[in-house]
Design a protein around this ligand. Structure first.
Ligand code: GRF
Length: 205
């Protein structure tokens, strides 16, 4: 089995990145995390990745002063240089242009802390509580140009409990995230779920 070469893109603490790194340590896992890329020089996840012996690269978006395509060309060059097969966005807080998304179409995943299509965007836990949701969850999906909208690879949910706060709910959802992201990456790396199959499955619903 040739393992897929995966880059994880982060901006912060990198707990999902860590879950992917740990899963990929298993011998039979079909992917290896070979690169962690952050747009934030101080992202805590960088240290964790280095401890695991994984190559890290910082591409700070600020010097690009709003030239998104130049920023993304640098991201893309870095990914090519490391011969990346699959990209996992894990708390990567930059919006990506259709150009970049197109280049990685069918080869880029994102994790979103909600049961998509519910609660796209930010502050999902607060909004789930405000909406009185009975269940709340997390979703791994293929990235398409429209934010938080790509075909779903995997999602799972947990009950919202009486007395839940944004923090307690976030912690419960994070456990779901850490479970489903490695499972979803496995499915995609093994070719058992593709952009085409996930798109077809979405149409059948
Ligand atoms: C996660 O909740 C993820 O779903 C969202 O951003 C958060 C990143 O957390 N997109 P971490 O950096 O993986 O700990």
């Amino acid at each position: 089995m040739t393992k897929k070469r995966v880059a994880v893109l982060i901006s912060g603490r990198g707990s999902n990145m860590t879950a992917l790194i740990e899963a990929a340590e298993a011998r039979d896992y079909p992917a290896q995390i070979v690169l962690v890329l952050s747009n934030e020089p101080d992202a805590a996840g960088l240290t964790r990745a280095q401890l695991a012996g994984i190559a890290t690269v910082v591409v700070d978006h600020r010097p690009f002063a709003g030239d998104r395509e130049a920023f993304e060309r640098t991201l893309d060059d870095t990914l090519q240089m490391h011969r990346i097969d699959l990209v996992c966005l894990a708390g990567f807080m930059r919006l990506l242009t259709p150009w970049f998304v197109g280049r990685w179409s069918g080869r880029m995943l994102n994790i979103h802390p909600a049961l998509l299509p519910q609660f796209k965007g930010l502050h999902t836990h607060r909004r789930a509580l405000e909406a009185g949701a009975q269940r709340h969850g997390a979703t791994v999906h293929f990235v398409v140009p429209e934010m938080d909208s790509g075909p779903i690879v995997l999602q799972d949910s947990v009950p919202v409990r009486d007395g839940d706060t944004e923090e307690t709910l976030a912690a419960r959802i994070l456990e779901v995230e850490h479970r489903i992201y490695p499972q979803a990456l496995r499915l995609v790396a093994e070719g058992r779920v593709t952009l085409a199959s996930a798109t077809a499955a979405a149409r059948e619903q």
